[in-house]
Design a protein around this ligand. Structure first.
Ligand code: GAL
Length: 875
């Protein structure tokens, strides 16, 4: 195939992601986005409901996982015949013209509507049910003899795929990435029709899982002799300042009718800022020769040495690319790029975690996969923004709770310098929900786990594999047996990284379970660290999940109580950062334990961002809520429970985030920043200072600073200078009597002035203001501008406690993809041109429509001066 024909070939493809052209101009490998021009419909065709339910057809799907089943006797053969022929939507001639046109990634639940009767635990959004996607495309006649692989990075859930009416394969776990060989079914030179059925069972998730093909889809074209899917594994067994040994294991697949004698050449480049290899070759591996039988795979290891390697680290995330060329009969037949990094990692029972030989405290957060108002539909800029905000706070690590993440998250972590705990499961054989992964565990855990390990093992950011979160078997012999198997699989697929499990049962630290993993993970057990170490002197320990402090941005309730079960009112949670459910703690409690026991490798806070679903303390079953809410609400709830058998809770998203659903920091962002960025001069005051109804009454003031001492002034009068004592992470003035005016905090470090901030009583709301995170975006239909909308007084100060309705207008080549305000109880749709401010703020997310030009956004609210902003979409 010649280069010039390429753009014609991929009529249907939107972006050419990777095009590898050999020395003679022949295209060796192409990987194109397959996200455009899909058609979508909810539900099965009439009469076919349930015909394709997993329980009935699973024998068909299991065969897809054979590549990841090590024991050949456990591999499945597909039944004969063709699955699903009788279902109209699988057929190529089915007329789908009236289906909804969609572009992937797509989350069918996020547009709502929110419904009060839907479970708050999974976001009060309609994510469940069956959905079908169809796509028409062509490949040219000249591609006869080429191989075509469909890569699906994630489809929620129970995916089944047909091409031209013939069943290709499927994959049930909604968080897994998988690939299907389309070659036997594709018809070059004619129209081809892909049909994908998803089935998302209700009661299958403890959070909002989203629904649909919510990650990227790719079409990969290669020759018959090619590097297999996820076919490289790069390790760096020896690393010193002067040299690094790089082993590149390459698996070559031979789909040709004859045996293939191939030479594998690998050269190494640095990765440039544009994501492409820099021209200079920094190392070349000795060529290796292997012979691969027809229809088989063969592997070989090529070794190279990089002199004076640039190490990957949090501060300098240097990356390399191994470019592997497969040569058969003297001609290149494939070329494959693998990004990797050179670094050493080690967990140590005494020293915690060491990166490149230096101790690094893990300052991590757990996150779910949704992107707030954008739902679960993957967007790279939205993820990048999350990581930028977390970096700003001083976080250096991410736990992909509780499932394999989008591959793009790992790419970003590699590039931005985040450590990653890559997690597989939220349950094993014993489920947490009626229809969750426990139904798949026996048949699929090996396939899912090996697939995840093979997909992810070249990412330098990954420092830990996690076999599961709060697994119910953790205190049983069965759990020890399953853990042993999962750890063994991880060591087989990747002997270079330790394996952990996030355990919430105290016993798991003593009953033998702790000895199965390489690094033991405790969730919410700061009181246990000392005892664990005495009982297990040689097992490294990480706080795999911590805090779970809850709060609503900008809400403060009085009187302020230090009792962690207080602070709840009107389905909101006070933002004094003192409140947490029974199993959880304040950030301060965890800090104190980590300081007392420095051998703990660090922590992963629950959570970095608020997420859809799990609105604890107002979620779950009604009794949980009754256990820790305010008296007034409890009385109402008890009455509802008596009269109607259930409680009407509006909450649909979490209160756990350090950052709210829009990406606006809550107060505790600054508590973490004060600890995690000790060299950044900063000081933060809470609450806001607009309390007209509390004049003469007590309003406690808390101050977070990276300094060690603060003097607080109210209207110029000193309220005293206070110093942090041992185990103290915030400074408090609990006896302040409110008067309007200004509250100024001057922070000191080692006796010298360090930082200063002032909070003022504002005037009444006077105008709207718009502040985009970036004024230039790429005109690629993907890039986003996040515009912060504020209600301000005449002087531009954000007015707290304002909830004005704001209407947005947009013109130019841009569209509003979502609006949100961070209020966990709001049922206003995310897909709209209006939103109510929540405590002074809301968010508009704008995407380019694909054309370059000027996008103008205006915001209007009744009685306030309007605002406008301009974003330029550039080619
Ligand atoms: C943990 C669990 C998380 C989340 C959290 C809320 O026990 O692992 O998934 O539910 O509690 O505090």
């Amino acid at each position: 195939m010649k280069k010039e024909t390429v753009s014609k070939i991929w009529r249907a493809a939107f972006v050419i992601a990777l095009l590898i052209v050999g020395a003679e101009g022949a295209v060796l490998r192409e990987r194109v986005s397959f996200n455009s021009d899909w058609r979508f419909r909810k539900g099965d065709p009439p009469g076919a409901e349930g015909v394709l339910s997993y329980a009935r057809i699973k024998e068909w799907v299991l065969a897809t996982g054979n590549e990841f089943t090590r024991d050949p006797t456990k591999r499945r053969e597909r039944p004969s015949g063709n699955l699903g022929e009788e279902v109209a939507y699988t057929r190529p001639d089915f007329d789908d013209r009236d289906w909804q046109p969609v572009e992937l990634p797509h989350d069918w639940g996020i547009e709502g509507p929110f419904k009060q009767e839907y479970p708050g635990e999974s976001g009060k959004l309609p994510w469940w049910g069956v959905g079908w996607y169809r796509k028409h495309f062509t490949v040219p006649r000249s591609s006869d003899g080429r191989r075509f692989l469909l890569e699906i990075d994630g489809a929620m859930a129970y995916a089944l795929v047909w091409l031209n009416g013939r069943f290709v394969g499927g994959w049930p776990y909604g968080y897994a990435s998988f690939a299907l060989d389309l070659t036997p079914y594709i018809e070059p030179g004619r129209e081809n029709v892909l049909a994908i059925r998803l089935d998302n069972p209700p009661e299958s998730s403890r959070w909002y899982p989203g629904g649909g093909i919510y990650r990227n889809v790719w079409l990969v074209e290669t020759g018959p002799v090619h590097v297999a899917h996820w076919g490289t594994y790069v390790t760096t067994p020896e690393v010193s300042p002067t040299s690094a040994t790089v082993n590149v294991e390459v698996t070559v697949a031979n789909a040709s009718p004859a045996p293939a004698a191939v030479t594998i050449r690998t050269r190494i480049h640095q990765l440039g800022a544009d994501g492409r290899p820099l021209p200079a070759t920094v190392a070349v591996a000795q060529p290796v020769e292997i012979s691969v039988a027809s229809g088989a795979n063969g592997s070989a290891v090529a070794q190279a040495k990089i002199r004076a390697p640039k190490l990957w680290s949090i501060e300098n995330p240097n990356l390399y690319v191994a470019v592997t060329t497969v040569i058969a009969n003297g001609r290149p037949v494939d070329e494959y790029e693998t990004r990797f990094g050179v670094r050493t990692i080690r967990f140590d029972a005494q020293q915690g975690f060491l990166l490149n030989g230096k101790r690094v405290k893990i300052q991590g957060v757990c996150n779910h996969h949704d992107l707030g108002p954008l739902g679960t539909a993957l967007n790279v800029r939205a993820l990048e923004r999350q990581l930028e905000l977390l970096k700003e706070m001083g976080a250096n690590a991410i736990r992909t709770s509780h499932n394999p993440p989008a591959p793009e998250l790992l790419d970003l972590c590699d590039r931005m310098g985040f450590l990653v705990m890559d997690e597989a499961f939220d349950c094993w054989r014993r489920g947490k929900k009626e229809n969750d992964y426990h139904l798949l565990f026996d048949d699929w855990h090996e396939k899912d786990w090996r697939a995840q390990l093979r997909r992810d093992r070249n990412h330098p950011s990954i420092i830990l594999w996690s076999i599961g979160n709060e697994i119910l078997e953790q205190n049983s012999p069965e759990g020890i047996q399953i853990a042993t198997e999962l750890v063994r699989i991880a060591h087989e697929e990747d002997p270079t990284r330790p394996v952990t499990a996030a355990c919430n049962f105290t016993e798991a630290g003593y009953n033998g379970f702790q000895k199965i993993v390489d690094v033991f993970g405790y969730n919410y057990k700061p009181m246990e660290y000392g005892k664990f170490r005495r009982a297990n002197p040689n097992i490294p320990l990480v706080a795999s999940e911590t805090a779970s402090t809850v709060s609503s941005r900008g809400e403060y309730f009085f009187p302020v109580s230090d009792d962690k079960s207080k602070g709840f009112f009107n389905f909101q949670v006070s933002s004094y950062d003192l409140y947490a459910p029974p199993w959880a703690t304040t950030p301060d409690t965890e800090f104190a334990a980590q300081d007392q026991y420095p051998f703990v490798a660090g922590e992963f806070v629950w959570t970095g961002f608020d997420y859809l679903g799990e609105p604890t303390p107002y979620g779950g079953d009604s009794t949980t809520m009754l256990a820790f809410t305010d008296a007034e609400l409890r009385a109402r709830a008890e009455r509802e429970l008596r009269e109607r058998g259930k409680i009407s809770v509006p909450s649909r998203s979490s209160y756990f985030g350090i950052i709210d659903l829009c990406g606006f920091p809550k107060d505790r962002f600054y508590l973490y920043q004060a600890r995690w960025r000790p060299d950044l001069p900063m000081v933060h005051i809470l609450p806001h200072w607009n309390w007209p109804e509390r004049i003469g009454q007590n309003v406690p003031v808390h101050v977070y600073t990276s300094g060690d001492e603060v003097e607080l002034f109210l209207n110029g009068r000193s309220l005293g200078r206070r110093k942090k004592g041992p185990g103290q992470y915030r400074l408090r003035w609990d006896d302040v009597v409110y008067e309007p005016g200004s509250l100024r905090a001057v922070a000191y470090k080692n006796g010298r002035k360090w930082a200063e901030t002032t909070v003022r009583t504002t005037g009444p709301a006077a105008r709207v203001s718009l502040n985009p995170d970036r004024v230039r975006i790429r005109a690629d239909r993907k890039d986003l501008a996040f515009i912060t909308v504020r209600i301000t007084d005449r002087d531009g100060l954000t007015v707290p406690r304002t909830h004005n309705l704001i209407r947005f207008h947009i013109d130019g080549p841009g569209e509003i993809v979502a609006v949100a305000n961070g209020d966990a109880t709001s049922h206003m749709p995310f897909k709209a041109n209006e939103m109510r401010a929540f405590n002074g703020l809301c968010l508009v997310i704008v995407r380019s429509t694909g054309r370059a030009g000027t996008i103008r956004v205006r915001a209007q609210a009744e009685g306030l001066a309007e605002a406008a902003t301009v974003i330029t979409a550039t080619p």
